[in-house]
Design a protein around this ligand. Structure first.
Ligand SMILES: *Cc1c(COP(=O)(O)O)cnc(C)c1O
Length: 459
């Protein structure tokens, strides 16, 4: 019997194969050598385990090249969101408006007046760049922005309530997801949590009884991602404000999803409006920039100027402050709100949320006709329900249109998996034996690519 290891080629021989000589434009010599060696080692391991393997130099070189190309490709890549979930945390939540994306790009690739007053030539605060825009959309006396709403909660509590007690209803001690739990966040801030009431019922008297000389604030946390139903009672913000005034306590509203424009005329349910919280008298209102605002990831704090100043003076501000790209994208997004009708029409998150059923049906029908032209594919269009997701409008399903897809010889799970790993990657819903595509979050510019991805997936 011949020794199979004798057939293993040398590294030099694999490097001389055309696949790898052609790779020198894209990959460094060291990386190519390492990949060739790894491919040979892998075969040696298989031979050592007794496997019968045909050793072929070109096949080894091709394997090494595939590994090199895979290593050089970015892990993060564009995904077509065909789930219908507009604020999909795993897919990056809010897509930015072109103006905001361009502002971030320009900020990224060059210099800008981030902390410089160009008129006086003097140093300025980066927070000033977005203050006027934030005040305009929230109605707050002042406002500021940090990295996300979790950071906003930590810094706000630390600045105004560290070493003191903050009263929160047990019905609002929520986990937002990704291990963001209100009690843990409060612990980090140095404020002591004073829980009152029960999961389903909290009365104003529960808050009032818990007030001590060491109480700093009353906090409301919006049930962004769940609802308590049935025999339930929560205290209105206006009642908390009244109680706060009576006892000289601050009222903090963690509003979460942060809706700025009333979307009920578009058939969407009423999330608390930020301007309403501010007008009701909450001293500080906190919300995310990349939920219903439709901007970049950030956390916004609006409210009384003296408190915002204290927050900005907190040493944590340095750790939580926004980078130039996010600030540029936020400013551009806020400018779109100067015309609310335009904001709803153009900010992707708001446009997707308010897309009409008729519009979705028109697009789905047209797209289904293209899909049916792919051999072996069947497609139907019908009405279904989708969820907004991402810590907003938890139990609210909005009517939507879906395109149900099946391919000969492929299970729905196989088809969905192929679409996910294709180029571009397509994320779908799988339901009742079919792959469902919801075009609500598919940009019209992506439709041709989506059709190409489906064609590739069923080959
Ligand atoms: C989403 C949410 C948060 C967390 O916001 P991030 O911007 O994701 O950090 C905090 N509080 C509430 C009520 C939320 O809905």
């Amino acid at each position: 019997m011949s020794n199979p290891f004798r057939d293993l080629p040398s590294v030099t021989k694999v490097l001389a194969a055309p696949a790898l000589t052609g790779a020198r434009e894209r990959h460094s010599p060291d990386a190519i050598t390492a990949a060739a060696r790894a491919a040979i080692d892998a075969i040696r391991t298989r031979l050592a385990s007794g496997e019968v393997v045909a050793v072929d130099v070109d096949a080894l070189a091709a394997e090494a090249l595939a590994a090199l190309d895979a290593q050089a490709a970015p892990v993060m890549r564009p995904v077509i969101n065909a789930t219908g979930v507009v604020l999909h945390t795993n897919l990056g939540r809010s897509p930015l408006h072109e103006d905001a994306a361009r502002a971030a790009y320009e900020a990224a690739r060059g210099y800008l007046n981030l902390e410089l007053d160009l008129t006086t030539g003097k140093r300025a605060s980066r927070q000033e760049n977005v203050r006027a825009g934030l005040k305009a959309v929230t109605g707050g006396e002042s406002a500021t922005a940090v990295n996300n709403c979790a950071a906003a909660t930590v810094i706000a509590l630390r600045a105004v309530a560290a070493g003191k007690e903050v009263i929160v209803s047990r019905g609002q001690l929520v986990e937002i997801g990704g291990s963001f739990r209100i009690p843990d966040v409060m612990a980090v801030s140095g404020a002591a949590l004073r829980e009152v009431g029960t999961t389903n019922i909290t009365r104003l008297s529960d808050y009032e009884r818990a007030i001590t000389p060491n109480t700093a604030a009353l906090m409301r946390v919006h049930c962004s991602n769940y609802r308590v139903r049935g025999y339930t009672r929560a205290v209105e913000l206006s009642e908390l404000v009244e109680l706060g005034r009576k006892h000289n306590l601050l009222v903090i509203d963690d509003a979460g999803s942060g809706q700025l424009i009333d979307l009920t005329p578009f058939g969407l349910p009423g999330e608390p409006l930020i301007s309403a919280s501010v007008a009701t008298g909450a001293d500080l209102v906190l919300f995310s920039g990349d939920k219903l605002l439709g901007g970049p990831q950030c956390g916004i704090i609006a409210g009384r100027a003296a408190l915002i100043e204290r927050i900005e003076r907190d040493p944590l501000m340095r750790a939580f402050r926004l980078d130039k790209m996010t600030l540029a994208a936020l400013e551009a997004t806020l400018l779109l709100y100067r015309d609310p009708a335009k904001a709803v029409r153009e900010i992707p998150t708001l446009r997707m949320l308010t897309t009409t059923l008729a519009e979705l049906k028109r697009r789905s029908d047209a797209f289904a006709a293209w899909v049916r032209a792919i051999p072996g594919v069947t497609a139907g269009v019908w009405e279904d329900e989708s969820f907004v997701g991402g810590g907003s409008l938890p139990d609210v399903s909005v009517p939507t249109m879906v395109l149900g897809l099946s391919a000969e010889g492929l299970s729905e799970a196989e088809l969905a998996a192929r679409l996910r790993v294709g180029t571009p990657a397509v994320v779908t819903r799988v339901q009742d034996g079919r792959v469902l595509l919801d075009l609500r979050c598919v940009f019209e510019r992506q439709e041709a690519e989506l059709l190409g991805a489906i064609t590739q997936a069923v080959l």
